[in-house]
Every structure is written in C-alpha cells, then in structure tokens.
Design a protein around this ligand. Structure first.
Ligand code: 7RM
Length: 656
C-alpha cells in the first residue's frame, strides 16, 4: 500500500492527555482476564448476561464459521440458546424500578416545543403503537419503514417494532423521495411511518409529500401512518383513503397493553442502509441479542453513562449512531436522553450551547464536521452560555483532526472533559476503538485502542501485519456480537465485501496506522466511499445518478478534502455531443443529485471535460482526478491511455 503524504490528518503521537482529577461515575465491571486471554466469546457471554434482561438466559457464547463465497446466513450465532426482547430491555425493565418516573427522553423541537417522556410514558406509548402495528397486520419478521424527523415518536416506533419482532428500516428524513423508494422496495416494507413534516432551519421538510411521491412505485406498502406535527394545516396533507391513517387516531383506538414478543438471540432487529462501493445501498442486517449487548455495554464503558446524566448524541436516528447511541444503548442503560429536532444555527449559531445550558447536558456526542463548523463560527457563540454541566465529550463519524480535537477540548469542555473519539461503522453496530474515559490516556487525533472484546490489526496488501507507525488496512480479527450478519437480500455481497479480502478476518475498508503504544490513527477509506460530514456516500451511486441525466455521457465522482465537511463530492462530466451545452448545466446537475439522494450529496463542484482520464482497459482513474482536485503533484500516470487528457484537466481545473 502506498505511503500516504500526511495532510490535515497529521498526528503527533507525543501529545498525551491524562486527566488525573476526572473520575468515572459508573464502575467498569469488566473481567479483563477473559478479554486479555483472548477468550473473547466467553467474555461477551458474561457481558450479555450482565447487561441484559433475558426471558431465557443464554448458556452458549458463539458458534461460527468464517463465511466463504457461496455460504448462506445464518453463519454466525451469538448467545444462540437465549431469548429476550429489546423493547423489554429498553423500557419495561426500568418501569419495574425507581426509574419508572425518570425522564427517558427530553425533547425540544426546532421552534422550541418541549416534551418529556418518562420511562412509564414510553412504556405506554410503545405498547399502544405495537398494537397499532399488529392491527395493521404487521407480524414478526415483517419490515416497517420509518421516515421521520427527530421526534420522540421515532423512538416509540422503533421500540414498538422491536416489541412485536418486526424489522424496522429507518430512512434518514433528509433523503429524497427516490432514495426512500429504493429502500422501501429493497426491504419490501408493508408499512411506512412518517409525519406531515419536520422543521429544519425555519422551513418545513415535507416528509409526507416526499413519501407520497415515493409510494407511487412501492407496491409492498399497504399502510401509511402519519404523525400530525401541525407543521401544515392537517387539511393540506392529502390522506389516501384505505392507505393513510393518522398516528393519534390509531393510538386512541387500540388497547393499552401489548406483551413483548419473546425473540431468539439471532432474530433480526433492524435493517439500516449504508453506502458501499457500488451504486446500490446495502441493507445491513442487525440481530437482537448481539446488537443489544454491544450497544448497552459500550454505552456504559465509553460514555460512563450514569443515572444523573443528561446525555445528548446529536446524530439523527436515520444513521447507525442514532440507532445505537440515541435509542438502544442509552435506553438499555436507563439513561436520560436529550433529543433536538433542528439545525444548530437556528435561530442563531448558539442554539446547541443554549440547549446544553438549558437542560444541563452532561455528555455530548457529536461529529468532527459539527465541531469544525462551530470552530469556524467562532467562540463568541460558545461563550454566550454556561457549559459547566458538561463532563464528557464524544466524537464520531470521521477522523477528528488534532486541531478540532483541541478546540473541542478547550472551548466546549473547558479542559475538564475527556474527549472520546469513537471509531466504528454501521456494520460493526457498536463502538470498537475508543478510550475508556478515566482509564485510557488520550492522544488528540487517535481513537486510542480497541475496547475489551475486540482485536484489531493493521495489515499490508498480502495480509501481514505492518510494523508500528506504518499505514495499512484496518481489520478486526474475530467476530463480535453486534456485527452486521448479512446484507439484506445479498449475502454474497456481504461475504465478498467484508470477509474475502483477508479470509477469516473482517475487512473494515479503512486505512489506519497503529503506533508503538498500540494506539490507532484512522486515515480514511481505502475504497470509493466518500465521507461527507460524517455521512457515507458512494462515488458509484453518485455517478450512476449523474449518467441518467440526459446531458451526461460519462461521470466520475471523487471526494475532495474540505476543511469543514471532511470531504465533498466533486464531479467530472463529459457531456453528450447531441446535448446543447448551457450555462446553468452545472447547477442543474447538482440539483439533480439532491433530488435523487438528498442535500448532503450535492456536488460541491461540477467540471465539464471532453474526456476522462482512463487506463487502457477503460477504467476511470479516479486517483488522478483526486490529485487534480486536491492540487497535488500527480502520481503515476504511466497507465493512462491518453496522457493529454490529464494535462487538459489540470489546466481546466486551474482556470475555473
Ligand atoms: C459510526 C459511523 C463508518 C466510517 C468508517 C470510517 C469513518 C467513523 C470514525 C471514523 C475515523 C472515527 N458509521 N469513521 N468514526 N473515522 N475516526 N472516530 O460513522 O457506517 O456511517 O461510517 O466512518 O471511515 O469506516 S458509518
């Protein structure tokens, strides 16, 4: 693997931050002997027994065969003889304790409405909505798509699915009608849950309207449940009779109690779509016991989440971070979760800090792109508010550069709060590499070490471990409970993507180095996956959308480094000869991508070129386009079919 030029992600492994006065509130009940002796399966069985409430406690830890091409699921089994219910673990067991009247969710909408749901409130609502789903004919194993803003009903809907054994598929509310349609059709959902709209920067996101558009071609959907936010006058939301029903009406009509369905450990819990290297998003399938064990334990280990905390993870429930660390992990721990619907700069750029002060948030978990945005806005917005309640800060989604780490640590955490940089993926289900605050000394820019129960390595092309400090591929050495079990409907792709590059080991797709202290420094993706503001986008997905536009003959999309978003998409386009070129075409193509995926995918730049650089076998050399867009010295061009193309492109790029 080529040795990377160090850039904004430069690290200095000599800076070590140890907070001598910082104390954990929750004890770490980890049997380090099991985990250290490599008895990881037994270790996880103990964790599963300790953290979860079981209907039938498991006695078996792990059965597995590394998947090979042609193998089918189930190929791995964690806690195989156990039975449990996720909703019971996140709700029911707490109402049998003093937490009955504790706030489970404190929510504020963008316009400023406040709602508090206690664990008992959640218990009531989840049961009612579970009965609504049953009434709509949803049964164990059926798929339900959830397309909602960040409102408490999102949690209720997810937990209600879990209660009856339905598989939820949450689609990010910022996704377009078309992206929603693709995900509904792939999962073959029979029910869609949405809202009339959501608030974003003072405007309405027309979710129901998008849903109606998507549903024009979603034959599997029989029922649509619509939450009435009142963002539009109810009479303006067209309700299709026989298909669409209001959430509040349905909730009144059903009986109040619904016992949790006993689920086997390996029964599916949810599907979540994530971008891969091809055009089609991959539905990662997570299962019941392993997933919940992973998220419940890591929430406590990494965030030190205690009963008195007010915990705020800013992720949307449309992403894995929202699933694992807004809903399942914190609620399994009986925590108080703060949820905010809107934008960080509405009505002003201090909204987040106003919220931290108002609710006394103690733990804040967010993404480097947000931190860099706040950095750019300047400290005056932060200083308007008293942030003394904070005691721990987290980061996720992309590498956090030391500069942003230190800004977060100083300006938000007042140098009192450990910053936990957490590396993980949709596929891993839970955090894998992160510090144990109060124990692991921190190095700004490093996610530190793998958590107990995980073993990582950095390998070279031939699968050998690289020497410390060298760049290579990050792999995980053995299976773990929360890992994704398959790609919905495409197990062969799952095996090929994750388990074939280094047979028997999990291939993360990330590059990393490991320093002499065993600290991991993540260096970004090694494949054609972009990370835009912590969101995964596939270059192929963008390209296949662009070539559907009548003007486009060929498209190549690459990620260019961006100071705030980490990366942004840049598109190189060749236009069909028959197409009359016009001045607005670049913007038209940008809008076209937004329409088809959503605003987060908007290309930052569109460049028109007569030809794209290709190898003699016809492969587009994206690496060269990347170098051009980054203004780097061009790498190896000897495999180019026509070197003139690149010269031309470099010139074009400079001129624009
Ligand atoms: C949780 C999440 C996964 C990809 C992953 C990495 C990158 C995530 C970090 C990170 C460096 C981190 N799931 N990534 N966290 N890189 N340091 N702390 O983001 O499926 O959406 O993305 O994100 O490249 O492979 S995800």
């Amino acid at each position: 693997m080529e040795q990377e030029k160090r850039s904004a992600l430069d690290f200095s492994s000599d800076v070590v931050i140890q907070l001598d006065h910082w104390q954990r509130r929750t004890p770490l009940q980890i049997d380090f002997r099991d985990s250290a002796q490599g008895n990881h399966a037994q270790f996880w069985l103990h964790i599963a027994q300790q953290y979860l409430t079981w209907i039938v406690p498991p006695t078996r830890a792990l059965r597995w065969q590394p998947p090979q091409s042609g193998s089918k699921p189930p190929w791995v089994e964690w806690f195989g003889d156990g039975e449990l219910n996720v909703a019971e673990n996140c709700v029911d067991r707490h109402i049998r304790t003093w937490r009955r009247n504790k706030a489970a969710i404190i929510w504020e909408s963008e316009p400023g409405d406040v709602r508090v749901l206690t664990y008992f409130d959640l218990y009531r609502q989840v049961q009612r909505f579970a009965n609504v789903l049953l009434g709509l004919g949803v049964r164990k194993g059926d798929r339900v798509t959830i397309y909602l803003p960040m409102i408490p009903e999102a949690a209720v809907a997810m937990l209600a699915c879990a209660r009856i054994g339905a598989i939820h598929s949450v689609v990010f509310g910022g996704f377009s009608a078309e992206a929603l349609r693709e995900r509904i059709n792939d999962s073959q959902s029979s029910v869609l849950i949405t809202a009339d709209g959501g608030w974003r920067r003072g405007s309405i996101v027309p979710l129901k309207r998008n849903a109606d558009q998507a549903l024009e071609q979603c034959p599997s959907v029989r029922h649509v449940v619509v939450i009435h936010r009142g963002v539009e006058d109810a009479t303006h939301v067209p309700m299709q009779s026989g298909r669409d029903q209001w959430w509040h009406r349905l909730m009144e009509e059903v009986p109040p109690s619904c016992p949790p369905e006993p689920m086997e450990s390996e029964d599916p819990l949810f599907i979540l779509y994530t971008s891969g290297t091809t055009g089609k998003p991959k539905g990662q399938l997570h299962t019941t016991a392993g997933y919940l064990t992973g998220v419940a334990a890591t929430t406590q280990w990494v965030f030190d989440l205690a009963d008195e905390d007010v915990y705020w993870c800013t992720a949307d429930i449309g992403w894995i971070t929202g699933h694992s660390y807004v809903i399942y992990g914190p609620l399994a721990n009986g925590a108080t979760v703060f949820m905010y619907e809107g934008a960080p700069d509405y009505p002003d750029r201090d909204r987040w800090w106003a919220l931290v002060e108002k609710y006394g948030v103690t733990i804040l978990y967010t993404a480097p792109t947000a931190i860099r945005t706040m950095m750019r806005w300047g400290e005056e917005y932060v200083r308007r508010h008293n942030l003394e309640s904070l005691r721990l800060l987290g980061s996720v989604g992309e590498p956090i550069n030391p500069e942003a780490w230190l800004w977060y640590w100083e300006n938000i955490g007042g140098k009192r709060c450990p910053v936990v940089d957490t590396w993980w993926q949709t596929e891993t289900g839970c955090i894998v590499i992160a510090p144990l605050p109060g124990i692991t000394p921190l190095k700004p820019g490093s996610a530190t070490r793998p958590l107990p129960g995980f073993r990582a390595s950095v390998l070279d092309d031939s699968g050998d471990r690289v020497t410390p400090g060298r760049r290579g591929y990050l792999v995980l050495e053995h299976p773990w409970p929360a890992m994704s079990r398959t790609i919905w409907g495409d197990h062969a792709r799952y095996v090929e993507t994750y388990w074939s590059r280094f047979p028997g080991k999990y291939f993360t797709g990330d590059a990393a180095t490991c320093d002499r202290d065993g600290y991991y420094w993540l260096l970004g993706r090694t494949d054609d996956v972009l990370n835009v503001a912590g969101h995964r986008l596939s270059t192929m997905e963008l390209e296949s959308i662009l070539v559907e536009h009548p003007a486009v003959a060929e498209a190549a999309v690459i990620g260019r480094t961006d100071a705030v978003k980490g990366q942004v998409p840049v598109a190189f386009i060749t236009v069909r000869e028959s197409f009359p070129m016009h001045a607005g075409l670049a913007d038209e193509l940008k809008d076209y991508v937004v329409e088809r995926i959503g605003a987060l995918a908007r290309p930052a730049e569109v460049h028109f070129t007569a030809e794209l650089p290709k190898t003699r076998s016809g492969k587009i050399m994206r690496r060269l386009l990347r170098d051009i867009a980054e203004g780097h010295v061009l790498g190896d061009t000897t495999t180019l079919a026509d070197p003139g193309v690149v010269k031309h492109l470099v010139q074009l790029y400079r001129e624009e």
